[in-house]
Design a protein around this ligand. Sequence first.
Ligand code: ZN
Length: 249
Amino acid sequence: MARAQLRRVPLSLGAEHAVVLVQSYDVAGVRPLAPVDASARFATPDAPFRALTLARVPLTLASLRAGRLDANSAFDCTGFRCTATHGHVLAARAVGLPCLAFLDDLSRRVGTAAIASAFALLDVPSPAIPDENEARARFVTTGGNWTLSVLDALRLARSLLRRPAPWFSVLDDALRLPFPSFDDVRGVVASDETSGWFVGYVSAAAPWIVAVHVEGCPDGCVSAALRITRWAVSRRAVAPATPRTSTAR
Ligand SMILES: [Zn+2]
């Protein structure tokens, strides 16, 4: 891997601290890593961040592989054990939101080993997944103590673009973001009171995989992570040696 090349993320994008990893993706592999950092505070791709609901991706894959879930699966969220009352939701939407009650329910129907092998399939180091039902539900809905590095998250982003077999359309649908201006972005986002992240890819003729972790976002860490994703990809997509083309779109 090439040496990290650091650039500052403009504060105007909405986060006091950010680590962004962007890689171009093609069948031949990936080009050197290009981290971008808003501060000196966590300047390395190894900086850990709280996973929050990231386990929903391996959990969903495990459930699909185990036949516990399919494209027609639906869930009725009453708001119990959830952040909102989502009502009747199809699986893909429930994963994307995420509906925590749905994840809680799903986690009780899939075994620890199945979830661990989904982590492996997605190329993410598996944390300890609790055997006991309540603890496992807490793990998938809060992340528990699980932290991972931004570099690990970038591997997940790469897997999401690669779609390792067996893959399922439910997952593709779950990766669509509910923001019209991010139609070309696929992935998962999450935030808590102080931090947030995006893991996924920007699809184009030459796709880019992205992992972003942000902290200190006055207007919300999800929107900051997405703005920084857009910014980082547009900066990386124009290499210094590339002649300028007319302003795209
Ligand atoms: Zn819900």
